[in-house]
Design a protein around this ligand. Structure first.
Ligand code: AKG
Ligand code: FE2
Length: 266
């Protein structure tokens, strides 16, 4: 009797897993098609960015205030601010905040997705870091996301951005909104990084772009206070976005902490 129950429960679980897996496979097929349409569509006008001289990428870290042309930035901001009800993640003592994942952005933020894939922006970042970089795959939830720090205490603790690829991998953060009641009108959240044994703190106005090699530079974001808002567009580029099989498995396992078991089938 007990044996039958166990076998029965096992069969139900297996069927449930097979169903979820099939749904994910179907979802990714649709997402690929949708992404291809966005990438083949109109490209954002980034003005003279393609010819601008990037700053030096000393210590694997660069901050570029007011980088994008006003119109291109306004298009990103309009879409990012229109996103509603981001998934809240809470990893005790490490991270609290809202995240809108790549798959949601493909469905609801085409200008953001088109920007991430734009050749002009990728070329600019390639010149900055000194080797050609490309977008990371569609099934990586961290390839592109919008991060919301909009509830008191939202923050992220000290960490490296784990690199699941064969090549070097870079994190690009574009501040979309940063408002609060610090003396300068910004929120209290600061991006901190450990560079050459020293801790640096970066306060970013909207349209500031920060680029760093997240797998090598430890960083964190200090908490926002009540009534403050910080919205970040986070992107990942890589010099070789292919992954060894074990890197793929560890990426999926890590993503389940932030996105639930559905991340196993990405
Ligand atoms: O919000 C930020 O400035 C950094 C976020 C971050 O480090 C991450 O999501 O890995
Ligand atoms: Fe990070």
């Amino acid at each position: 009797m007990i044996g039958e129950l166990v076998v029965g429960a096992g069969a139900v679980a297996a069927a449930g897993f097979a169903y979820v897996r099939q749904q994910r496979v179907r979802l990714y097929r649709d997402l690929e098609a949708h992404l291809a349409r966005i990438v083949d569509g109109p490209v954002p006008d980034l003005g003279d960015l393609a010819h601008r001289e990037p700053p030096r990428f000393v210590d694997r870290f660069a901050v570029m205030p007011d980088l994008l042309p006003a119109r291109a930035f306004a298009a990103l901001k309009a879409e990012a601010e229109g996103l509603v009800a981001p998934e809240r993640s809470f990893v005790p003592a490490h991270k609290k905040g809202g995240t809108v994942a790549y798959e949601t952005l493909i469905a609801s933020a085409p200008a953001v997705v088109s920007f991430y894939h734009s050749a002009d922006f990728q070329d600019f970042i390639s010149r900055l870091i000194g080797s050609p970089v490309r977008a990371t795959p569609i099934n990586d939830q961290n390839s592109l996301s919008v991060l919301f720090y909009n509830k008191p205490g939202d923050h992220i603790g000290w960490h490296y951005d784990h690199n699941f690829y064969r090549g070097r991998h870079f994190t690009i953060l574009i501040t979309i909104v940063n408002e609060g009641h610090s003396a300068d009108g910004l929120s209290h959240a600061e991006l901190k990084a450990r560079i050459g044994g020293q801790e640096i703190a970066v306060r970013t106005r909207p349209n500031t772009v920060v680029v760093f090699e997240g797998a090598r530079v430890r960083h964190k974001v200090t908490p926002v206070e009540s009534g403050e808002r910080r919205l970040i567009l986070s992107m990942t580029y890589c010099t070789d976005p292919k992954a060894w099989w074990w890197q793929g498995i560890s990426r999926r396992l890590k993503d389940t902490a932030y996105f639930g078991v559905r991340a196993l089938w990405t």
